[in-house]
Design a protein around this ligand. Structure first.
Ligand SMILES: [Mg+2]
Length: 254
């Protein structure tokens, strides 16, 4: 951790109301081949639960995963806010909020993707409440390339379909939300004085873009980013959260 990042963490820990937010996969949980075997690092869980238990401190995980999967995989206590599907899912029963038109569009997208790429080896379709994700992590590179082209030239071009490109995944959504708008909503709901956001993927860039002055954005791993700070691995991210917890606890007790 650089001394600039340490200073930023020590500074943001002292704001009146703090929102700590993070992505899940590749940020709190190391990337694994089978996504349903992803597990958060115990150090990250301890820091997150610790922060969530502090007064005037809220914690939210904002993930591309379906919220129900996120709940099972993280096993966090209910005081931690879980936001799924890149900011589309704030609570349960979400699918009822989709209009009939959008539910039909989602069904059409799913059918088209199944026909177009569902048979490709190593490709997995994940149907979520407002989107379908095409995962190519376990596909051969030439297959992944062919699938990406088919998706981008196919239902990705349909009206009202929103495309999100992640690491080894292309997601087609029928509503327009992203992690940045999710962060805005949480910030307003919680009246946060400042926000910390930690994330590793291209979809996290929308969140970094919605940070300002006193906020702290931390990118995990390599790649271009709009985040001001960077750490190398999920283990580093866990250490950063632990430092934030220690500093804020000390500040609140003083
Ligand atoms: Mg991630």
């Amino acid at each position: 951790m650089t001394s600039e990042l340490t200073s930023a963490i020590e500074r943001v820990a002292r704001v009146p109301t703090l929102l700590v937010s993070a992505d899940f996969d590749g940020t709190l949980a190391p990337i694994v081949e089978n996504p349903m075997e992803a597990a958060p690092l115990p150090e990250a869980v301890a820091a997150i639960e610790g922060l969530a238990a502090l007064p005037r401190t809220a914690v939210a995980l904002i993930s591309g995963r379906a919220r129900a999967d996120l709940a099972v995989l993280t096993g966090l206590s209910p005081v931690v806010h879980l936001v799924g599907s890149h900011g589309s899912e704030f609570g349960t029963g979400f699918v009822d909020e989709l209009t009939e038109d959008r539910q039909k569009l989602l069904g059409d997208v799913e059918r088209e993707l199944t026909t177009l790429v569902g048979h490709e080896p190593g490709v997995r379709l994940e149907v979520k409440p407002a989107s379908v994700a095409v995962h190519v992590r376990t596909a051969a590179r030439d297959v992944a390339q062919r699938v990406a082209e088919a998706v981008r030239g196919g239902p990705a071009t349909w009206p009202d379909v929103v495309v999100t490109n992640g690491k080894e995944v292309i997601e087609l959504s029928v509503i327009t939300t992203h992690k940045g708008t999710a962060l805005d909503t949480l910030r307003a709901q919680l009246s946060a004085s400042a926000v910390v956001f930690v994330g590793d993927d291209v979809t996290d860039e929308n969140a970094f873009a919605h940070l300002d002055g006193s906020d702290v954005g931390v990118k995990v791993g390599p790649g271009d980013t709009r985040a001001r700070y960077r750490v190398d691995t999920p283990h580093d991210a866990a250490r950063l959260l632990a430092l934030l917890l220690d500093t804020r606890r000390g500040f609140l007790q003083a």
